[in-house]
Structures are given as structure tokens and as C-alpha cells.
Design a protein around this ligand. Sequence first.
Ligand code: AGP
Length: 592
Amino acid sequence: MCGIIGYIGKRQAAPIIFDGLKRLEYRGYDSAGMAIFDGSNGVQIKKDIGLVDDINKRLNFLSMQGNIGIGHTRWATHGGVTQTNAHPHISNNKKILVIHNGIVENYQELLTMLKENGFTFYSETDTEIIPNLIEFEMRKGKDFEHAAIDAIKQFDGYCAVLAMFEGERKIVAARNGSPLVVGVGNGENFIASDIPAFLEHTKNVIYIHDSDFVVLDSNRVKFFNLEDGKEVGRPLHSIDWDIEQAKKGNFDHFMMKEISEQVQTVKSAANQDKEILFEIADEMKKAKGVFLVACGSSYHACLTASYLFSKITKLHINVVLGSEFSNYENFLTPGTLVIAVSQSGETIDVLDAVKTARQKGSKVMSLVNVVGSSLHRNSDRALMLNAGPEICVLSTKTYTAQLTVLALLAYTIAGKYDEGKKNLEYLWNIIYNLTAANTRKYLMKLAEELKDKNHIFTIGRGLQFPTSLEAALKIKEVSYIHAEGFSGGELKHGTIALIEQGTPCIVFSSKENEKEIISNAMEIKARGGYIIGIDSKKNKDVFDFFIKVPDVGDLNPIIQIIPIQILSYQLAVLRGCDPDKPRNLAKSVTVK
Ligand code: AGP
């Protein structure tokens, strides 16, 4: 889950690469580095551990001269977080520079072979074998491009690679499973893991497909197939959102900005291409088995959908974690419909699930946010979340967008499309109030009470059970407080043993399950628990802290999560955590 960017053109590369790296930092931020080349003098390399801005203060990235450059932000997979392990990596002959996202699974055997051929290694990374393998291939008399192709073809595993050779004014790249996209400028070209890295320079993009090998110079971008070396054509697309949407605006962090954007993103998510929506609804009705497959928050959205489809459509759907999907492959037939749900469209466990589905002849449809992502391009049909770029590592606006689209699908299958669309579009008013300054100020009182707690529990029943799981994920991944979500009905099967004096427990309640869940809350309270109630009305006897959320029936999961998104953000800020870039995490999990 690293961020990579390259530039070649007529302008100084350093400022472009530097800004691009900062827009890519949400993909990984252990360390960062840049290599800049002016086409004649030696390549300059600067890299270190830490955030891009901090490294720049120490090493002055912007002092590097040249109009060809590559840059990298790292999320460590092989080797610790050290300056030596930071990218770019250089070949023994000091002429080939490489940055890489992904894993070279057979790097040990390649490392042994290269060492036997006299190569020396200095880092603990798998990446360092790439520039040296290219050098090894060039020693056989191949030019840089052909040497790079033959080297990259030897890799097992998913990766995206950018390489520069000191002797030539070009950047070469290859993609196999990890995201990569080209930005086409006027007399300059860009290549990066994600569009925001170069969007302020061009809106013209070319999506790179798996097994593509790309050669960029200032005026041309050429695509070849890695396997047979034949040139291939790739279409040019124009992006319909702008860089302002990928900036923080007046907010201190993307997380709060994106939580606030839900006032309009839920409405945008409800505004679907009706033809595709009805087509997917029909496919679901016809299918001999439907699987929703996702990870993390997207999985919680799918789990919520399983309750909605049962309640609204009577249609049985299976929900499976992407990483567990292969265990169910014997259920898959050509009549099965697999719906993959992924905001990034690059989550490797979901992409692997899609591959498994394809191998069994099943149809694949998807809900994605990133246009042109791997999942988007590998689906028979896709519904877009229309949430705009989500920069914060945490999924907030895309989570409620997924819930919205899945709810709309359920209403459509039940023949209630108009009713469902109207109910969903009405939510903006409630979300506006839930994200308003006075609500945030009220929630800050709770955040102050909880900020030093070691454990927080969240419970719910029915539709509120997946909401409790999502609430716990939000809290733990951004504030590092241990949080556990569970079904209220499971309380007495073990978890109640953990309740002590003052243990905070967030209780999601609604008309549908009020009696049972309040009973659970009383059991926790009786053992000293501190009850935070999320409900449409205050239960004075049980709630120690009350968060008022209107009851909107089946659509409760879309709005009940919002106060906890805000609370999680506030806990992170109070605890000195970075809400946009939590430790050890990255925006999309592109390695297994
Ligand atoms: C949620 O806050 C996390 N960022 C994470 O669980 C995320 O939902 C998961 O990695 C799935 O990502 P995707 O939707 O891009 O596939």
C-alpha cells in the first residue's frame, strides 16, 4: 500500500513530485523518497523515514534539479522502517532507480541468483532486487526497456513498478495488481498510484491495466503487453472532479471534511444510473445464489445489507469477507452473482475473490467509488458511490454511500424504487443536523470523558449489530483505544465478564429492538458500565450520556453511525493521533 509518482516534462520535477507525494501519503507514510534526473548529470536521491513534509525540512527535496523524477511513500512490507529501506532503490552500477508498490513473492530466489552473480545488497527490502535484476538483464546486451520487461516478467505476486535509467530521458512502468494511472499533460506526462497525485496538472488520464508495460517521455505514452511485448492501445479519459475536492478546505483534517460531506454524498449515492440499478436488481432476482464480498467497513455495509434484503425483499444474500471468500468457492456456479463492494476498488482480497468468482463462471458486479479502479474495470456492471475522492484512511462518507446504494438496491428489488429514493434523499436534513457545529460541540463533551479509557464497547441488535461493529472499527483505528462491537444478544455469552466500574458502552437502540437492547444496557449498567445511548428519545433510567438520532427505520444504519464517526475523530485529536493517517494503516490494502 505505497504511493508512487513519476513526472517527465519541461518543468522542474521536484515540486511536482513533492506535492504529489503529499497527496499520496494516505496510501502509506512510514518513509518517503525522491530521485530527480536532469537527463545529463547524475541522478540525485533523497530519502528518509517520516512524513514527506518532515523529511523535506531535513533534506530539502525542493533543492533537487531536473525535469525527470520519481517519488515514493512507503508502507513497510519487507524490512523495517529505516532510511536504507526507503525508496527509491538503486542498482549496483548506480544507473537504475526503482520505486515499487506491492510484493515480489519470489524475491528470495532472485536475491540468491543475483548475489551469486556478484551483486551486493544494502537494504532488507524485496524492492532492491528490481533495479539490480534490470542491470543484470542489461549486462546480457538488452536495452533498458527490454531489460526492464524481462526483469519484471520474472516476478511472482502483485506489484506496480516505476524505473528510470540515468542514460535515457524516459520513465518505464509496469502494473500487475497494484494501482497505477497515467496523467497526460501538454509536453509533460505523469504516472501515479492515484489520480489526486497529479490532478492539479491534468484531468486527462489513461488507466493502466494489469500486465501493461508503459514507456513515458515528455510527449508520448506507449503501452505494451508484458507477456508478448506487443503495443496495445489504451483510451484517454477525462476526470469529472477537481483537485479542490481532494483538498482539506477549511477543515483541519480530511476526516472531518469527509464526515461533513455526507450531507450531499448520501444524496449523490442515491442518484444512481437507473438502467444499471434495475439491471443489477434483476440479476440478483434471477441469480442462483448471491454473494456480497468486501473487507473492513465495506464488509459492515454488506452485513447491514443482508438484514435489509431480508426485511425489504425476502431475498437471501450471503455476505463473506474478501479474505475468506475462497473457502466458499464450492458454492459458486455460473448462475451465482457475486457483488464486490470496495471504495478503492483495489483491495487485494476483494480482487482475489473476483478472480475466484470468474474461475467458477459466476457473474461479477460491483459497488465502487474510484472510477477506473481494478474492480471497476473487472466487473460486468458497476454502481458508482459518487462520493468523490476519500483521502482520509478511514471510510466515512463512502461507508454511508455504500449503505445508501445497497438500500436503494433492496427497495428496487422490492418494487419500491421511488419510495426508497425519496426516503434516502430526505436523510440529508438529518445528516446536516448531526454534523452541525453544535452537535460536534456536544459530542466533544463525551470525547473528553472517554479519551483516557482503555476499552470501549459498542452493542446493537438487528440492523444495529453491523453498526456496532463499524462503530468499534472507527474508534479503534483512529484513536487506538481498544473497541469491541458485538450483538446485544451475545453479551451474556461472555463479553459481560469484561464490564467493570466505568466501562463505557455505546448502545444503538431503535423502535425495532428497544426492549431487548435496553435490557442489555441495564445488565451492563448494573455491573458499573457507563451507558452512552444512541436513540430517538432519552431513556433517563439507563442512559448516562444521550445522543439523539431520529428513528428512520430501515435507514437507521446510515445516520446512527455519524455521531460515532465524529466522536472517533474527536478522540483521535484529543489523543494526539493523526485522524487522516493512523499508524500502521493505509487507505487501500493492496497487499495480502
Ligand atoms: C475503514 O475505515 C478502513 N479504512 C478499512 O476497513 C476499509 O474499509 C477496508 O480496507 C476496505 O477498503 P475498500 O472499501 O477500499 O475495499
